[in-house]
Design a protein around this ligand. Structure first.
Ligand code: SAM
Length: 280
């Protein structure tokens, strides 16, 4: 009989958010796999949990994943935790869970804090339909394409972002998606917790003044009905063509889906943009 793999959520800042069940399960398993063992040791010490620890992070996933699966096959129970929040949500874990599921190893999720869900619940933006898209790409061209692909999504869009990229990402949101309503959920559950609400341009001003520090979730309200008409075809095409990953044909097809323009119009505009870029 194989052991169970527990995916255990831990606090995103406030230790009072640790669940009773998380403490019990971490205290019962044979092995805890942690993203950063030194970081997690502080959490485990706080709750008086003393268990064998092993690291499981992005760059050792293959090797460590195999060792963890081996322990599970031998009947040992393993808990996976990340530095903060829910493992597998923009954190390591997916590969391990996928492989455990493929082998028929029992997997149990032990829910708890997650920055995206906490941000959504306190944002005041519609929460009936939402998309969580993780971290935007760090390169500008890819980031713009990534945003352009989501211009027409229904509901609230949620992104994670590193503090040093926040200003650049807000600028691209403004250019690609327009001056929508957004919320920055900052330092959730911590002393300087704050929800900053406003138009993208207003929030950009606050960020430029250096007023937004620390960890942040970006929540973007859906575009107005007819957003496609206010988002010009050439802006969408420029974003899609920016990093050179898409052919003219593919960019034109995508832009026509996003904007509602006809494929022929989109293709003609893509050619015009490409030709004017070559002449510059
Ligand atoms: N797995 C985690 C979860 O469930 O929320 C997320 C891990 S991801 C590597 C880290 C990102 O989550 C940060 O860059 C930030 O965007 C967001 N985040 C984490 N803690 C946060 C907090 N206390 N307040 C706001 N955002 C937070």
């Amino acid at each position: 009989m194989s052991g169970t793999l527990y995916i255990v959520a831990t606090p995103i800042g406030n230790l009072e958010d640790m669940t009773y069940r998380a403490v019990r399960i971490l205290g019962q398993v044979d092995l805890i796999a942690a993203e950063d063992t030194r970081h997690s040791l502080k959490l485990l010490n706080h709750f008086g949990i003393s268990k064998p620890l092993t690291s499981y992070f992005d760059h050792n996933q293959q090797l460590k994943g195999e060792r963890i699966l081996h322990a599970l096959r031998q009947g040992k129970s393993v808990a996976l935790i990340s530095d903060a929040g829910t493992p597998c949500v923009s954190d390591p874990g997916f590969n391990l869970v996928r492989d455990a599921v493929a082998e028929g190893i029992p997997v149990m999720a032990v829910p708890g804090p997650c920055a995206a869900i906490a941000a959504l619940s306190g944002s005041g933006l519609p929460s009936d339909t939402f998309t969580f898209a993780g971290f935007p790409p760090s390169r500008q061209g890819r980031r713009r394409t990534f945003l352009a692909n989501m211009v027409n999504l229904p509901g609230t869009l949620m992104l994670y972002e590193a503090p040093h990229r926040l200003a650049d990402t807000l600028r691209d949101i403004h250019e690609v998606m327009g001056d929508r309503q957004i919320v920055l959920a900052r330092e959730l559950t911590k002393i300087y917790e704050e929800f900053i609400r406003g138009s993208v341009s207003g929030v950009m001003t606050a960020v430029a003044r250096g007023k937004v520090r620390g960890e942040v979730v970006i929540l973007i309200a859906a575009g107005e009905t007819g957003q496609t008409e206010t988002e010009p075809l050439d802006v969408v095409l420029e974003s899609l063509l920016a990093d050179g990953n898409l052919s003219i044909k593919d960019a034109a097809r995508k832009a026509s889906e996003i904007t509602g323009s006809s494929r022929s119009e989109s293709y003609a505009e893509a050619l015009r943009l490409r030709n004017s870029a070559v002449q510059e």
